[in-house]
Design a protein around this ligand. Structure first.
Ligand code: GTP
Ligand code: MG
Length: 171
């Protein structure tokens, strides 16, 4: 197994392109209420998890929920692509403002794997250029994410490492 040690109280930021398996990973390793996803928040404010025009409002709601949970001392996992530095920076700031640790878990899967999975999904119709752009952003991120204020950055390379991951909550 690949050990992933996360803070028992704090923030865990998932990072991965669409189709990389973030929501699946979150479901496998965390309680449903511990996971706050951008899709869920888009649904809350737009009745449509794919409505990209609702993104700003959705992230306001997401940050509000996450901030409230952190203030209450609850482990919280953010399920959003977070392939852009600005998205990660907001979440690092949010954790800091609540004096809690923040780790990142990067799901680094080949673009072709994610694209193939997305083709099978009824709930997604991302064009391939979207996945390609996200993948470019992710690869760029790998070189800088360790300097962004995360306590630890766990990078899981490929589907095998992701499948072998075991989460430990540190006290
Ligand atoms: P977005 O929400 O679009 O950003 O994607 P995501 O990163 O949350 O991916 P999600 O977990 O929804 O997985 C996408 C598709 O890949 C789903 O159909 C999953 O069932 C499938 N999938 C996810 N993880 C795995 C895996 O480890 N193995 C296999 N075979 N399929 C997986
Ligand atoms: Mg998802």
């Amino acid at each position: 197994p690949v050990q992933v040690r996360v803070p028992a109280i704090g923030l865990v930021v998932l990072v991965g392109i669409t189709g990389s398996g973030k929501s699946t990973f979150a479901r496998a390793h965390f309680k449903p209420t511990e996971v706050v996803s951008s899709d869920f928040c888009r649904g809350l404010v737009a009745d449509d998890e794919n409505d990209q025009s609702a993104t700003t409002d959705a992230f306001d709601v997401l940050e509000y929920i996450v901030g409230t949970r952190l203030r209450r001392g609850l482990l919280t996992v953010v399920d959003a692509t977070n392939v852009q530095p600005a998205a990660r920076a907001s979440l690092v700031r949010l954790a800091r403002s609540h004096d809690v640790l923040v780790d990142a878990i990067v799901l680094d899967v080949p673009e072709a794997v994610a694209a193939e999975r997305n083709r099978e999904r009824p709930d997604r119709d991302f064009r391939s250029h979207v996945v390609a752009r996200q993948h470019r952003d992710l690869k760029r991120s790998l070189g800088r994410v360790r300097k962004e204020g995360f306590r630890r950055v766990h990078v899981l390379h490929g589907v095998d490492e992701i499948a072998a991951a075991e989460i430990t909550r540190e006290r």
